[in-house]
Design a protein around this ligand. Structure first.
Ligand code: ARG
Length: 480
């Protein structure tokens, strides 16, 4: 748990492992407020029917060491891509969590069951401008290691151009059960933030106008509210626990708005609030503002590869290339602008209108056909297999992590934008040029090097189609 500089009253709770621990050990402070209808805060239990109608894309982001305990919510946007809040991807120490310590659970409504599927995370891509203090740009992309074995209908994300459609700015898009806006999560159901439910809870939270969100007077958040990356929603109450709001443990979960045709659109991700169900709105990451950042990080990227992306290096560079400790120009990491998804031309309210077509429904097994128990939401179609996609991104943070007198361990960060990476080629520089030294599946390698000598390495990622990433920077390794 950490306090931010958001102002004296602002309590930004970083759920992460602290919530995992308190739930796992059944520790809970005495509730100061017991809602009449226990929920998110004053919401309701999501029944199986509600789950099928609204929450099929809901995900739980959990610690891999304790798979039943939710760290945070998340939401499935394609068969291997999950969005969550960036702040959910840090441990209580403040250090970023490794992808290997995070799992995603999908298809599960009741937390302490084995329903659905738990999938390990291949990579975590945090928004580069995420600010841990202000919680600006609180969004991260989790790439799953495989397609879930249960049928999930990914939710369609919104873009900035959709904002007029769902009422941004003017705010107070008010709920009917068809429109929402809805939030859901396994977060605390009491204003004290200490009691966590097993069943998913939901609530309707009207979206506040940008002006009221930014108002210093209740129910706003004054200058702590950043309309470029946040929106606010909820029913402010008079004291902690009487409003309708998200709470600790709900972060990263979706705020959805009905599309007028029975479908749902992702408008927000639960991010922060001054309290739970108190005098202020809850604050959500404004997903539409991140459309062009999200798009190239999808599993089946709809964008063409960025033009500055280097082609895969099939052969090691000639001797002398990249010699010394310099790092070659960055390549292979998608940075170019992506084409945002199509948007409705006009600005039409949700009720009775048809926003842009939803993206495809996915079925498990990548072409094995519809699974038993496939979702009843919409048609189940087999996604187009990513035909000759772009190469994996270049591994980064190539470094020496430990040394002894005759041994060096080198490590790198996994390629972050492609779930199909299966191995890494470790190349060593020899008198005759760069040679393949070893192919490994992990992201570190111990190497014997005679005392007093050095060896020079580069690495590249290889995907399941044999495509290779651009080469990493050069690393000169020297025993201690
Ligand atoms: N930061 C919290 C979390 O990590 C979410 C808090 C939302 N609070 C609120 N009052 N809306 O789960």
């Amino acid at each position: 748990m950490r306090r931010s500089r958001l102002g004296t009253a602002a309590v930004v709770t970083f759920t992460a492992l602290s919530v995992a621990a308190s739930v796992a050990h059944g520790r809970s402070a005495p509730a100061r407020f017991v809602p009449e209808h226990p929920a998110i805060i004053n919401g309701a239990v999501v029944t199986a029917a509600d789950y099928a109608a609204r929450w099929n894309a809901m995900a739980a982001v959990v610690a891999s060491a304790n798979g039943v305990t939710a760290l945070c919510g998340g939401v499935v946007i394609d068969e291997r891509t999950v969005l969550t809040a960036a702040h959910c991807t840090y441990g209580i120490s403040g250090a970023p969590l490794a992808a290997s310590s995070v799992n995603v659970v999908v298809g599960r409504r009741v937390a302490n069951t084995t329903d659905g599927d738990k999938v390990s995370v291949l990579s975590i891509t945090r928004h580069p401008a995420f600010n841990h203090t202000t919680l600006h740009d609180d969004i991260a992309v989790l790439r799953l290691t495989r397609t879930p074995t249960v049928a999930i209908t990914p939710i369609t994300t919104t873009s900035a151009a959709d904002e007029s459609w769902w009422g941004a700015g003017a705010g107070l898009l008010r709920g009917t059960s068809a429109v929402g806006p809805w939030i859901a999560g396994w977060g605390a159901v009491n204003g004290a933030g200490s009691s966590f439910p097993a069943e998913l809870h939901e609530a309707q939270v009207p979206i506040g106008s940008d002006a009221s969100c930014a108002s210093a007077a209740a129910p706003g958040h004054g200058a702590n509210f950043d309309g470029d990356s946040m929106l606010c929603a909820g029913v402010p109450g008079t004291a902690t626990g009487t409003g309708v709001d998200a709470c600790q443990g709900d972060s990263g979960g979706p705020l959805i708005v009905g599309d007028g045709a029975g479908g749902w659109r992702l408008v927000g991700l639960t991010s922060w609030g001054q309290d739970c169900g108190g005098r202020y709105y809850g604050v959500y990451t404004r997903v539409g503002r991140f459309a062009s950042w999200i798009e190239p990080l999808r599993y089946h990227a709809s964008a063409t590869p960025p033009v500055d992306s280097a082609p895969p290096s099939v052969t090691p560079p000639a001797p002398g290339t990249g010699s010394g400790s310099g790092t070659p120009p960055a390549s292979g990491t998608p940075t170019g602008p992506a084409t945002p998804p199509p948007n409705p031309a006009g600005t039409t309210p949700p009720a009775g209108t048809t926003p842009p077509p939803a993206s495809g429904t996915i079925a498990p097994g990548e072409g094995d056909g519809p699974a038993p128990g496939a979702s009843t939401i919409g048609p189940i179609t087999i996604p187009a297999v990513a035909a000759a996609g772009r190469p994996p991104s270049r591994p980064t943070m190539f470094r020496v992590v430990s040394r002894s007198s005759d041994r060096v361990t080198i490590a790198w960060r996994a390629a972050t934008d492609d779930g199909r990476v299966t191995s890494y080629r470790v190349l060593v520089r020899t008198a005759r040029g760069w040679r393949l030294f070893r192919t490994v599946t992990g992201t570190r390698l111990g190497v014997r090097i005679a005392h007093g000598r050095t060896s020079t390495f580069r690495i590249q990622a290889v995907d399941d189609g044999g495509q290779r990433s651009a080469l990493s920077g050069v690393l000169i390794a020297r025993p201690a």
